[in-house]
Ligand binder design. Structure first.
Ligand SMILES: [Zn+2]
Ligand SMILES: [Zn+2]
Length: 157
């Protein structure tokens, strides 16, 4: 049974958040809230520290996967790079400072941009968190970088 709003013109839907009546095209499939409201909410999320950090974590996972010639799925399944765990650690390190030099991110020129995911030992596989940690970019760049040896057998998922 469909609920009809008497005030909603035919072919339009009412957004329960802003109360506006819009054509179906202004709603994503199966979403009750209009595209405008959803966009506003997503912008607000990106503005929070957690939102900006989440964007950064996703970006870091993709960048490392590409650089090492693997995929985010392999990093997650084989090497323990679970997004919620990485985000939790990133937020904690951002709040408490770089675990290597103790520097506070708020005092660094790049602020959140200085938070970097780096290998502890470049010649070891990238198991998280055993061999991968969040640090400030100057500490990360002082470390030998490169492609860690990936476990080829276990890569066959
Ligand atoms: Zn709306
Ligand atoms: Zn540091």
């Amino acid at each position: 049974m469909t609920v009809t709003y008497p005030v909603t013109p035919a072919g339009e839907k009412r957004c329960p958040q802003c109360g506006g009546h819009y054509a179906e095209a202004f709603f994503h499939r199966n979403k009750r809230v209009c595209i405008g409201c959803r966009q506003t909410a997503s912008d607000a999320r990106k503005q929070t520290r957690e939102g900006r950090c989440a964007v950064k974590v996703r970006w870091a996972i993709q960048r490392h996967a590409r650089h090492w010639g693997t995929t985010p799925l392999v990093l997650e399944r084989v090497y323990g790079w679970r997004f919620p765990r990485l985000l939790d650690d990133a937020l904690r390190v951002y709040a408490t400072g770089c675990p290597v030099c103790g520097g506070r991110f708020g005092a660094m020129a790049g602020d959140l941009a200085s938070l970097t995911l780096a290998l502890v030992t470049a010649s070891e596989p990238p198991y998280y968190p055993a061999n991968v940690q969040w640090a400030c970019s100057s500490c990360a760049h002082r470390r030998p970088s490169g492609r860690p040896p990936l476990d080829r057998v276990r890569l066959a998922l």
